[in-house]
Design a protein around this ligand. Structure first.
Ligand code: ADP
Ligand code: MG
Length: 582
């Protein structure tokens, strides 16, 4: 055969294969279009699992009659102008492929009217053949209806699963979007039955109740954590609610549902030792970040993304979830009868699998639903503990004026108070330096002179020291004056403190400025940290453990030595001969 350029229709049918794999992918693209068009209300009608009809109606911005033909053309989009825009995409769509792809493998009708237009318009595309445009009076918004999916692509039609399977996928998709966009009123009607309806009040727990039932929604733990670059929120199941597979683990990045194995394993890490191997939690987590931080143009179906700082994102997920789990998990109290009888692992491992496709009642009665909600205004039962302020480890006491003993749901922790405090101060200084950490003025400035080989070392660091709360000035060759010290170091001898820092610079071989700065911060932390042999009050012990738990890297001090030793319940039981070692 000679080489030929494929006719447009054939090219789109081939391309459509990547975007439109099954009915749920059509629903996904159309729902995303409605959300991009700022819809407040989205109604989805499905017949026969999407084979015969999928209709998505919204009250969004609409498409003008002049643009309707363009909208169904391949690579036509209102969301992207140049390749540069690709690096900061804030809409769900951007490839300009969905409508054209869907239209090339079905009979599609788009009816739309922008709010300010007097009349609306309709266009029909049949297996990629664009029909005539007609004008008609319709409500503001857009209705896309897709009939006879894959009627012209028999190879695809063969691969469609049973109606029930396709339906379940659609349900899973719509329920997730309903959770992510709780301020949109969603309605899903399948074969004439309303299977999902939400109020659009913006309350995610209310939507959860709708999806998983009031009981489970009440038990789900709310997660929230934010750092300079990322924000995470959402719900995870407590450790006693597990499932046999990971299909109920959902991540949204900037409002986009994505699949990412590494995110899932970060989540699983947080549950490690708390649930049995082979069991999985239910989780819906929403991560927000600057669009520049994530590449969404990795996959035609936009289901995968690439993070610029993957480790940071994964770390945040793990910390957020772990923290949430430990904060909500009731720890045994020393006076409880359990305690005398030895450690009782939390009652976990009960099996409860809920498929939201089946948990949704056929015709959700909203008034009934509202009443259920009224009873669950107060936080879930586990949250009776003073929320996330509760120490994640329960402090038992101090040993040898050097170690703090603490208990967690998964065993015993021995915490080296010196190492732990160094870690806490180190991260605090590191995070605070940009914002100018508070310094405290000395009553009398302290004056000192450095030998000439050392003076330049200090002069070089005056800026950084300033960010950390020192106020040191050079007032003559090799002569320095200390006017203020970081609050952390108050009480120590100012000249001694600065001198010893300078002596440390001398031995510093780190080639990179950033590393040198970190080493300096580590030294200040070491100087300011509590020492071994210092007795701590119980409040101080609790505060130390709590501060440590909030660290990004609580397990080691700035020099990489461990801050804690963990004796797991498993280990203890084996040591006491309660369980044979495996
Ligand atoms: P993309 O979403 O990637 O831009 P689509 O093929 O999905 O590509 O849609 C093409 C264009 O049609 C969109 O850019 C948008 O301008 C318009 N459009 C599609 N669906 C809707 C809708 N429900 N409401 C308003 N405009 C829409
Ligand atoms: Mg789109």
């Amino acid at each position: 055969m000679p080489i030929r350029i494929l006719p447009d229709e054939v090219a789109s049918q081939i391309a459509a294969g990547e975007v439109v794999e099954r009915p749920a992918s059509v629903v996904k693209e159309l729902v995303e279009n409605s959300l991009d068009a700022h819809a407040q209300q989205i109604t989805i009608r499905i017949d026969k699992g999407g084979r015969t009809l999928m209709e998505i109606a919204d009250d969004g911005d609409g498409i003008s009659a002049q643009e309707l033909t363009l909208a169904v053309t391949r690579h036509a989009t209102s969301k992207l102008r140049s390749a540069a825009d690709l690096s900061s995409i804030a809409t769900l769509g951007f490839r300009g492929e969905a409508l054209a792809s869907i239209a090339s493998v079905s009979r599609m009708t788009v009816t739309s009217r922008p709010r300010l237009a007097e009349v609306g318009a309709r266009i029909r595309v049949d297996g990629g053949k664009v029909g005539e445009l007609s004008q008609l009076g319709v409500p503001a918004g857009t209705v896309v209806s897709v009939e006879d999916l894959f009627y012209c692509v028999p190879a695809r039609l063969k691969f469609l699963k049973q109606e029930a399977t396709e339906k379940r996928r659609i349900n899973a998709l719509v329920t997730r979007y309903a959770l992510a966009y709780a301020d949109v009123r969603w309605k899903l009607v399948e074969d004439g039955r309303t299977v999902l309806q939400t109020t659009g009040r913006g309350d995610r727990r209310e939507v959860l109740a709708n999806l998983y039932g009031v009981d489970m929604a009440r038990q789900m733990l709310e997660i929230q954590l934010e750092d300079a670059n990322f924000k995470i929120s959402g719900f995870v199941s407590p450790i006693e609610l597990t499932r046999t597979n990971r299909s109920e683990i959902t991540f949204f990045i900037n409002g986009r549902w994505i699949q990412d194995i590494a995110l899932t394993s970060a989540l699983m890490q947080a549950y490690r030792t708390l649930i049995m191997v082979g069991r999985y939690p239910t989780a819906v987590l929403f991560i927000e970040m600057d669009p520049q931080e994530v590449d969404v143009n990795v996959h035609p179906a936009k289901a995968e993304v690439r993070f610029r700082k993957p480790q940071e994102v994964y770390g945040l997920v793990q910390r957020a979830v772990r923290r949430g789990l430990l904060a909500y998990e009731p720890l045994p109290e020393p006076q409880s009868p359990n305690w005398q009888g030895g450690y009782q692992p939390p009652q976990t491992y009960t099996q409860r699998t809920i498929d939201p496709a089946f948990a949704m009642s056929a015709d959700t009665d909203l008034s009934e639903f509202d009443r259920g909600l009224a009873q669950q205004v107060e936080p879930p039962a586990q949250a009776q503990l003073p929320g996330s302020d509760f120490p994640l480890l329960r402090v038992v006491g101090q040993v040898g004026a050097s170690y703090v003993v603490a208990e967690g749901p998964d065993g015993l922790y021995l915490i080296d108070q010196r190492a732990a405090h160094e870690r806490v101060l180190y991260e605090r200084l590191l995070d605070g330096r940009g914002n100018g950490l508070p310094g405290q003025r000395l009553l009398e400035p302290a004056v000192f002179t450095l030998p000439p080989q050392l003076a330049p070392l200090l002069s070089e660091k005056l800026g950084l020291l300033g960010e950390l709360g020192f106020e040191v000035e050079e007032f003559g060759p090799n002569d320095f004056r200390i006017n203020a010290l970081p609050v952390l170091l108050m009480g120590s001898d100012p000249v001694g403190a600065v001198r010893s820092l300078v002596e440390d610079f001398e031995g510093d071989e780190a080639p990179l400025q950033a590393q040198q700065d970190e080493a300096l911060i580590a030294r200040i932390s070491r100087r300011a940290a509590v020492k071994a042999g210092q007795a701590l009050t119980s409040e101080e012990q609790v505060k130390l453990v709590r501060d440590l738990e909030a660290c990004r890297d609580p397990r080691s001090d700035p020099r990489g030595r461990p801050t804690m030793i963990h004796l797991s319940v498993d280990l203890l039981e084996r040591q006491f001969g309660r369980r044979s070692s495996r």
